[in-house]
Design a protein around this ligand. Structure first.
Ligand SMILES: Nc1nc2c(c(=O)[nH]1)N[C@H]1C(S)=C(S)[C@@H](COP(=O)(O)O)O[C@H]1N2
Ligand SMILES: [Mo]
Length: 320
């Protein structure tokens, strides 16, 4: 049937997805949950039922765990579809430092996103290191509703909290010869077990041209759905580039570097013929292994036609 042909092999209903290694039985789960001990999440990775999984993920995204962030919504950014349910976004995502199977929530327990420092360096007049809370205090925090389109053809529509990347760039004053910006995620093999896979170019890196980085849409997110980012979404700070495939929106950033050449990036280094540096959403250029003509929303499974630049052409088409 055509549906099967156009979908990549990972695109299975959740019920058929990767079988989980079960090493903690249900009774122990219930005991731990009863004690309110969800710091056991790492150990609970083998949970068996949908209710157990929901309980864990809902704890991870709850207001007791994550500090509320209040900011007004920037009404320039509107959606053409409903906001994705918070649970659906938190339970299915890519963060290859922790999992290659979307079930990142199971493996993030050891990751420590606090305290956190982000360094901005390279070809800039004022290189700086910021403690994350100082950076947040300096920046104009706002809420934006953006659509997100993974290269794998799943999509979501979520409320991010953060600030335009260009505000941070203005603070460090790039030199005239700076043409590109490189972003780097942490390297902590003891907290992110998949970073020991040595056939992969860890730490995860991404890059933009300065013009792209200065575009109004380029957003540094420090929160989602009204609070701090949960670990699986890239706590405590990540990039959001809604006109590009999701792999450009690098999570848990430790370093931003200005340079005079295009940086090497994680996916472009691994598989250049499938993941190009620009990665602009384009329904007319199929991925070598699947069509990019449509996308499927997390949670509802609704399908929409993919739009050029993911629907953000009025902001970015002039860049290309
Ligand atoms: N450090 C890091 N950042 C990353 C990834 C990753 O594996 N590691 N995956 C990317 C991909 S492929 C997607 S689709 C988005 C998913 O982000 P989400 O949590 O907002 O769904 O994160 C991107 N950022
Ligand atoms: Mo992605």
């Amino acid at each position: 049937m055509t549906l099967i042909k156009i979908l990549p092999d990972w695109f299975l209903p959740e019920s058929q997805a990767t079988s989980e290694s079960v090493y903690l039985n249900r009774r122990r789960f219930l005991k731990n949950a009863g004690l309110g001990s969800l710091s056991m999440i790492g150990l609970l990775a083998g949970c068996q039922t949908l209710e157990e999984k929901k309980a864990i993920v809902k704890q991870q995204i709850s207001n007791e765990r994550l500090k509320a962030i209040t900011a007004s919504r920037n009404l320039a950014f509107t959606l053409d579809r409903p906001i994705t349910e918070e649970y659906s976004a938190a339970v299915y995502t890519n963060f290859y430092e922790f999992s290659g199977d979307k079930d990142v929530w199971k493996y993030v327990d050891k990751f420590q996103p606090h305290p956190w420092t982000i360094e901005v360096t390279g070809l800039v007049a004022k290189p700086q290191k910021f403690a994350i809370e100082d950076l947040i205090a300096k920046m104009p925090i706002e809420e934006r509703l953006y659509r997100h389109r993974c290269v794998e053809a799943w999509a979501m529509a979520v409320p991010w909290l953060g600030f335009p990347l260009k505000r941070l760039i203005e603070l460090v004053e790039p030199k005239a010869n700076a043409t590109h910006v490189k972003f780097t995620t942490f390297l902590r093999t003891e907290q992110a077990s998949r970073q020991i896979l040595h056939n992969q170019p860890w730490p995860y890196t991404e890059g933009l041209t300065i013009k792209e980085a200065m575009n109004e849409l380029a957003f540094m997110a420090v929160g989602i759905y009204g609070h701090e980012l949960p670990k699986q979404h890239g706590a405590p700070i990540r990039l959001v580039l809604p006109w590009k495939y999701g792999y450009k929106s690098i999570k848990s950033i430790e370093k931003i570097e200005f340079s005079d050449r295009q940086p090497a990036t994680f996916w472009n280094t691994r598989i250049p013929e499938e993941y190009d540096f620009a990665a602009n959403v384009n329904p007319n250029i199929p991925h070598p292994r699947w069509s990019q003509a449509s996308e499927k929303m997390l949670g509802t499974g609704d399908r929409y036609a993919t739009q050029m630049y993911n629907g953000y052409a009025s902001y970015v088409a002039s860049l290309y």
